[in-house]
Design a protein around this ligand. Structure first.
Ligand code: GLP
Length: 242
């Protein structure tokens, strides 16, 4: 695990976007794994800037998102479909057909999950996966539990995640209790992983994660310690306890 600490959120975002840009430019039909949440918004802003000012080309990039709430209309501003359109897709030249986001409204969600991982494999596997981290150590919607799923699946959200994500909704009751998420195995198959964390709220979990000598399903992010190419980018606030 390579750990980079930057002064603030802006420089964290700039560093992450520069790594992504460098990787995208290396390869045609680049498979980019995208995350939602507040953490990657700055990185997406930088990628949009690189597209507009430096001509960073997304026409051959294929994207796969980590997760989506179950049974949420995509016109709802809290859906991850809406989030991605607003924060990235509508500002860059990625072809619509190259965009993949779990379909929380699929008729047969189980079938959709099985096909999602296969589709990634058929494209040749994920080249780079962007990740945020929950305060309880979850990645995507792989929550602390006795066992973790390998592939894309339906996941129940923990109380702490429902509470943390309620800041985006009008009331906590509106937060969906279930989601489709890529599994730990799907994430670990990515050739490169960028884990981003900013702000004091993430500091205890980052400290906990980086001192781990074991992997634990109680800290889903700890499985990343087994991956050969993870870059962790933190701001000083998230790195303060480590
Ligand atoms: C959500 C998402 C995760 C994200 C996490 C942290 O639950 N499913 O992919 O990493 O929250 O969110 P934030 O970046 O807003 O702290």
């Amino acid at each position: 695990m390579k750990i980079i600490v930057k002064k603030d959120y802006e420089s964290l975002s700039n560093t992450a976007a520069n790594i992504i840009k460098e990787e995208i430019e290396k390869k045609e039909n680049f498979l980019l794994g995208l995350a939602t949440g507040s953490t990657p918004i700055g990185t997406y802003k930088e990628l949009i800037r690189f597209h507009k000012e430096e001509g960073l080309d997304f026409s051959k990039v294929v994207t796969f998102n980590l997760d989506e709430y179950l049974n949420i209309p995509y016109t709802n501003s809290n859906s991850y479909h809406y989030f991605m359109e607003e924060n990235l897709f509508k500002h860059i030249n990625v072809p619509k057909d190259n965009i993949h986001i779990p379909d929380g409204n699929a008729e047969d969600v189980g079938k959709f999950c099985r096909e999602y991982d296969k589709k990634i494999e058929d494209y040749g596997g994920m080249d780079l996966q962007i990740l945020g981290i929950g305060e309880n150590g979850h990645i995507a919607f792989n929550e602390p539990d006795d066992e973790l799923y390998l592939g894309t699946h339906i996941a129940g959200l923990t109380e702490s995640t429902i509470k943390a994500n309620s800041r985006f909704f009008d009331s906590i009751d509106e937060v969906p209790k279930k989601a489709i998420t890529m599994g730990i195995g799907s994430i670990m198959k990515s050739k490169k992983i960028l884990l981003l964390a900013n702000g004091e709220k993430k500091a205890p979990m980052i400290a906990e994660l980086l001192k781990q000598e074991k992997v634990s399903t109680k800290i889903p992010a700890s499985f990343l310690l087994l991956h050969p190419d993870v870059v962790v980018i933190l701001d000083e606030a998230a790195a303060k306890d480590y």
